[in-house]
Design a binder for this molecule. Structure first.
Ligand SMILES: NC(=O)C1=CN([C@@H]2O[C@H](COP(=O)(O)OP(=O)(O)OC[C@H]3O[C@@H](n4cnc5c(N)ncnc54)[C@H](O)[C@@H]3O)[C@@H](O)[C@H]2O)C=CC1
Ligand SMILES: Nc1nc(=O)c2c([nH]1)NC[C@@H]1CN(c3ccc(C(=O)N[C@@H](CCC(=O)O)C(=O)O)cc3)CN21
Length: 317
């Protein structure tokens, strides 16, 4: 970090504080993917620090074994796999113990993201994430930390008060059963709601680390499709505005505006009263993990040009 700041200072004559703070923010990025192809593993090895957490999502239609294969590949590439456990998809305690036990044993998994998941009904014993956290099963299998979901933009089927209660209940259950906990947010396309949500969270005394979800570079069409799948409010127009589509003739959209907005707010908060504590970026790799990793690495190296629309463009190497 210090070295990078010095390099930026030399390059520009004077240090651009905004670029340095965006770069410092992105340097701590974590990632999420559904798969790990050779290009993805290569990009991670070339650009990400060894041990960087790579979350592996759990889609309702996919067998557990598919997720295990990706989890093992992430570990084999030298990174920390953090599997999603969608509790509504769990058919039985035995099935979950088998699945998770193998990931602990073969891939050294010690952290998981526990979520309800997208099934409208539970397939087995768990209806909500808190039920698995308080069951003690995770701890007995060797898990020491859980991630739980946060929703800065709200949720299509859950009222804000229900989300707030669920978050508090999960953090309390983790604390009471000896699990460390962090929050991973659903991806968003605008900074203001995230910043407001962070401020409220901290004001309530919730000081757990927060990984703020951003949709990694992808085509606008793909982003709209994923926003729909994930229940994220995003119109084509809103996306174009927020990701600066006007600048990108290839129709690719990067989360530069929302990243810049959140990084700036974290910095303002740190300069003011107390700050937001640990807040780091989490990139959902909808356009492929390799592209997300390369984009994050360029940003973390300060290889960006700020634009007048509140975002930035990554410069060619
Ligand atoms: N943020 C993320 O990264 C991911 C989010 N999801 C979303 O997670 C939602 C719920 O998961 P959590 O936030 O962990 O909630 P949770 O498991 O902590 O549950 C909170 C409350 O919502 C209810 N609930 C849980 N899943 C539901 C569903 N699919 N439909 C209707 N009610 C549900 C629970 O019964 C409980 O009352 C799912 O609806 C899905 O959209 C799924 C995968 C990843
Ligand atoms: N409601 C919700 N459900 C989720 O599963 C979810 C979120 N939100 N928010 C953040 C991430 C993003 N997630 C997703 C959702 C869908 C695909 C998906 O459908 N991907 C591929 C298929 C991948 C494969 O088969 O390997 C696709 O073709 O669309 C990926 C990640 C998982 N997470």
């Amino acid at each position: 970090m210090v070295q990078m700041q010095a390099a930026l200072r030399r390059r520009d004559g004077e240090m651009d504080e905004t670029i340095v703070s965006i770069a410092a923010f992105m340097a701590r990025a974590t990632f999420e993917t559904t798969r790990l192809g050779p290009d993805d593993a290569g990009a991670l090895r070339a650009h990400a620090a060894p041990g960087t957490p790579v979350y592996v999502s759990a889609l309702p239609a996919k067998p557990f074994a598919d997720q295990r294969a990706v989890v093992e590949a992430v570990r084999a590439a030298g990174f920390e796999p953090v599997p999603h456990l969608a509790v509504r998809s769990v058919a039985s305690i035995a099935a979950l113990s088998d699945h998770l036990g193998r990931m602990v044993e073969r891939a050294g998994v010690s952290r998981v993201l526990v979520i309800g998941g997208d099934r409208s009904e539970a397939a087995g014993p768990f209806r909500a994430a808190v039920e698995l956290i308080e069951s003690g099963l995770l701890q007995s299998l060797g898990i020491r930390e859980v991630g739980i979901a946060g929703y800065p933009d709200g949720h299509p089927r859950l009222a804000p008060i229900a989300l707030e209660r669920a978050l508090a209940a999960k953090l309390a259950a983790a604390g009471e059963t000896g699990l460390a906990a962090h929050i991973v947010t659903q991806f968003t396309v605008a900074a203001d709601p995230v910043v407001g949500w962070l401020a409220r969270l901290r004001a309530e005394g919730i000081d757990h680390p927060v990984r703020v979800g951003f949709a990694g570079p992808a085509s606008v069409a793909a982003l709209l499709r994923y926003a729909k799948i994930c229940g994220v409010r995003a119109s084509a127009q809103g996306l174009a505005r927020n990701v600066g589509l006007a600048r990108d003739m290839l129709g690719r959209a990067a989360p530069d505006r929302v990243v810049r907005g959140v990084a700036a707010a974290c910095r303002r908060a740190a300069d003011g009263d107390g700050g937001f504590g640990e807040v780091t970026p989490h990139l959902y790799a909808f356009g492929g993990l390799a592209a997300a990793v390369r984009w994050a690495a360029a940003v973390a190296a300060g290889r960006i040009a700020l634009d007048g629309g509140g975002g930035f463009a990554v410069m060619p190497p």
